[in-house]
Design a protein around this ligand. Structure first.
Ligand SMILES: [Zn+2]
Length: 341
């Protein structure tokens, strides 16, 4: 029996289509997961538009934000059983012996391959997952919410691990996409006074920031940044998909403040970094996530401190992937979720 899958089959723009694929066979340390829901990520859109900067193992099933139920267990897997409700981390292939993996920083292992570009992802009925990637979710937590654990972990890493926000800090989030919104929500949980900045075209997406109790600014945020003592915001989380926003971040941040950069784009910079030095700024990159972040984020979602449903713009069967991708790509909604058939 074959199952429909959203497959990215070539490097050319638009090379995504539904293909019928076999149920994967699992290895001794894997489980087979029946996917309940899978989120569409900006990186899925980038691969569809062929404007991504990473190596893709074509053809590949897209999708790395997913949860589901275990339906098969590999011979050497312990601690899991059929029927367990789980979400999966994204680092499908890692070198367990790399010095980074041994420190628990397998997300930074250079040989890491993720679902949806390195190995087949979850935009289909069944996906093969190494058991070390799994996290249990409580029975009351819906898969519609749980499948968004991954982008929440990206945001948690950018805001909590790679920035240090104190209650009352003024925090500016650049970019109204999924990661920007979730960074805003988490910065609020840290006690920050938070504003989300976007362009006029981002209006409908920006309005969601109000649901997380954040201010919304279209265009120039310097007035908000300078409120108070006039020196700038304590922390900038740059979640825009470009390098150039670093310039805005350096303008808005106060002396001795911090910038956490989680949004990226391949374009080169073309300005001086003197402000970084002169203002004594701590600039920190933030990439991916690891096991303790996943456990913490699951408890935040399950405990309803973090409501991911605010960002979900709709749920489509995977066969209608194109509409789900297009709505997100046009910026009409923040996040599309798919359901395998
Ligand atoms: Zn993602």
């Amino acid at each position: 029996m074959k199952f429909p899958a959203v497959v990215n089959y070539a490097r050319e723009k638009g090379s995504v289509e539904i293909r019928e694929i076999e149920k994967p066979s699992i290895g001794e340390e894997d489980v087979l997961l029946e996917v309940a829901n899978v989120g569409v990520c900006g990186s899925d859109l980038h691969q569809w538009m062929a404007d991504h900067s990473w190596t893709v193992n074509y053809p590949v099933v897209l999708g790395h934000e997913f949860g589901g139920q275990i339906t098969e267990i590999g011979k050497r897997v312990s601690g899991w059983k059929e029927g367990d409700r789980v979400v999966s981390e994204t680092a499908a292939v890692i070198d367990m012996n790399s010095p980074l993996s041994r420190r628990g920083l397998y997300n930074l292992d250079p040989t890491r391959k993720g679902f949806g570009y390195g190995v087949n992802g979850a935009m289909t009925r069944f996906v093969k997952v190494p058991s070390r990637c799994l996290h249990r979710i409580p029975s009351h937590l819906s898969f519609e919410s749980a499948c968004l654990t991954e982008p929440c972990c990206v945001a948690y890493n950018a805001v909590v691990e790679n920035a240090h926000i104190k209650p009352g800090d003024r925090v500016i989030i650049l970019g109204p996409g999924t990661i920007g919104m979730l960074c805003a929500a988490i910065a609020k949980l840290c006690g920050g006074d938070v504003c989300v900045v976007g362009l006029p075209a981002d209006k409908s997406r920006l309005s969601i920031a109000a649901k997380y109790g954040c201010e919304i600014i279209t265009g120039d945020a310097s007035a908000w940044a300078m409120e108070g003592d006039g020196l700038g915001a304590d922390c900038i989380i740059d979640a825009a998909g470009t390098s150039a926003t670093l310039r805005i971040a350096l303008e808005l941040v106060r002396p001795n403040g911090q910038i956490s950069k989680v949004g990226w784009g391949p374009q080169p910079l073309n300005f001086s970094l003197d402000a970084l030095v002169q203002k004594n700024i701590r600039l920190q990159g933030s990439f991916s996530h690891n096991w303790p972040i996943w456990e913490r984020v699951i408890s935040l979602i399950a405990g309803e401190q973090l409501n991911v449903q605010h960002i979900v713009g709709g749920i489509w069967p995977i066969t209608e992937w194109q509409e789900a991708f297009e709505k997100m790509h046009r910026g009409e909604i923040v996040k599309s979720v798919l359901k395998p058939i």
